[in-house]
Design a protein around this ligand. Structure first.
Ligand SMILES: *[C@@H]1O[C@H](CO)[C@@H](O)[C@H](O)[C@H]1NC(C)=O
Ligand SMILES: *[C@@H]1O[C@H](CO)[C@@H](O)[C@H](O)[C@H]1NC(C)=O
Length: 462
């Protein structure tokens, strides 16, 4: 990347910063699928944090060509810097970053992008410390590529050019770029969302941005410290389905593996509100995100699980999965139940093994009477029928749930003629697929594994 002009090196930093803002699209998109019910989504964040710390150690102030935007979208070439206040977007069709001069009416297009599940356009000249840190990480990546092919002398120069982050912040300030802390950003977003003068678009955009921050545990706890969490919980009461949907999106991220926030949410009435949404007529996208928030709230929190059962949560979920055209929700519901059943089992096993785990927690789990409730309310049958779904991964989840419920549901399974014929069909299907897999040299294949759990289930039901 040979430098062509010689603008001030600050321009270069800004260019990198904008580069990062575009790359933020990818990062945020990776958080778009909030339905990984069984795995917390923190790993991506940790990865980013790790990168940030190393990035601050070495810096290069590369000189970049400055791009002059017009009122039309123009593709930005790698290495070009963009003046403050330009409107930058990632063209998701071509993968190119595009730039134009900033215009006023942007909320409409923002909402459109939002509804398609894409990251908002970035058109503010307020950058965050998060952005700055990631920009530095990006910077480092670029420098690495270069140093692998360039000489050592250049690396030494990079070291000399290293400057502490405080100095960089000063540079950004001189550029009239304000660095906000995550807390300040969250307060600003909550105020935007809570303000009666904000439009629906602005409220949704605020929630959408907020979700990015609350993935971090500390941020989610800060959110509750200034009353922001309750504001988002109250958002579940909104008459606008989109507000419900995006409030649940934020809550799902905030609850995830964050006991302090989970406790506060229960006290703030989040559980009832989530269940009310699931029990009433709402658009499917809203229900998906609400179900995700419910999962995050219940997981590893036996007290919430007790309340869930007391409030008739199982009945709510049952009517949810019995609506036609909601198979995608049904599999997620069954996965949630599987998680809860196994979680309690592990807690008991662990207590037995260590004989030291806090008996209080175990007491809590003992009061979660999940399995009898599942049996009484027909979940043995509901789960068995879901095995007829066509997708392999749905079947995989259903099979693992059938296995987890085996002790509770054995007689029900045996009395279900549809289940035994489905299992026989699947056995034949996976037998064939596993043979092909073996011919391809895979002796630990996926289909073989599925066949294994079908066989063991059939054996158990004989
Ligand atoms: C949200 O708005 C209400 C009423 O306008 C106000 O009483 C409350 O303090 C606001 N909450 C926050 C956290 O800003
Ligand atoms: C939200 O709605 C529930 C019923 O769905 C109601 O009981 C509660 O008072 C409402 N809360 C607020 C803050 O409006």
């Amino acid at each position: 990347m040979p430098p062509r002009g010689l603008p001030p090196c600050r321009m270069a930093l800004l260019g990198m910063l904008l580069g990062l803002l575009a790359s933020c699209f990818t990062f945020c998109l990776s958080h778009q699928n909030p339905f990984a019910l069984t795995s917390p989504e923190k790993s991506g964040i940790k990865e980013a944090e790790r990168k940030e710390t190393t990035a601050e150690e070495e810096l290069d102030s590369e000189v970049l060509e400055v791009f002059h935007p017009t009122h039309e979208w123009q593709a930005l070439q790698p290495g070009q810097a963009v003046p403050v206040g330009s409107h930058v977007r990632l063209n998701l069709q071509t993968g190119a970053r595009e730039v134009k001069l900033q215009e006023e009416d942007k909320s409409r297009s923002n909402l459109k992008a939002l509804k398609k599940g894409k990251r908002l356009d970035i058109n503010t000249n307020t950058y965050t410390s998060q952005d700055l840190k990631s920009a530095l990480a990006k910077f480092k990546e670029g420098a690495e590529v270069e140093s692998s092919k360039e000489d050592k002398a250049r690396q030494a120069k990079v070291k000399r050019l290293f400057r502490p982050i405080e100095e960089l912040k000063k540079d950004f300030e001189e550029l009239n770029v304000v660095i906000e802390t995550d807390m300040q950003i969250m307060v600003r977003l909550i105020n935007k969302f809570n303000s009666s003068s904000s439009s629906l678009e602005e409220k949704i955009a605020a929630l959408f941005d907020l979700e990015y921050y609350v993935h971090q545990m500390d941020n989610a706890q800060d959110l509750l410290s200034f009353g922001g969490l309750q504001v988002v919980i109250n958002g579940l009461n909104s008459t606008e389905p989109l507000v419900k949907e995006y409030a649940a999106f934020v809550l799902g991220a905030a609850f995830s593996s964050n006991p302090k926030v989970q406790v506060e949410a229960i006290e703030g009435g989040a559980l009832q509100k989530l269940l009310v949404i699931l029990a009433t007529d709402q658009p499917l996208p809203a229900k998906k995100k609400v179900l995700f928030a419910l999962c995050s709230l219940l997981r590893h929190f036996p007290y919430a699980q007790q309340q869930f059962l007391k409030l008739g949560g199982l009945q709510v979920l049952r009517s949810l999965v019995q609506v036609k055209g909601t198979e995608v929700l049904a599999v997620r519901v069954v996965t949630l139940l599987y998680d809860l059943v196994t979680e309690k089992m592990f807690a008991e096993e662990e207590a037995e093994l260590t004989q030291e785990t806090s008996p209080e927690k175990l007491q809590q789990y003992r009061q979660v009477h999940l399995l009898p409730g599942l049996r009484e309310q027909g979940w043995c049958e509901i789960t068995a029928h879901l095995l007829a779904l066509p997708e392999h991964d749905s079947r995989e989840k259903v099979l693992q749930t059938l296995n987890a419920l085996l002790a509770t549901c054995r007689d029900r399974y045996r009395q279900d003629p549809q289940l035994s014929s489905t299992l026989a069909n699947l056995q034949a299907e996976y037998q064939a697929l596993a043979t092909l897999e073996l011919q391809d040299g895979e002796d630990e294949g996926y289909f073989r594994e599925l066949l294994g759990s079908i066989n063991s289930l059939l054996k158990e039901l004989r």
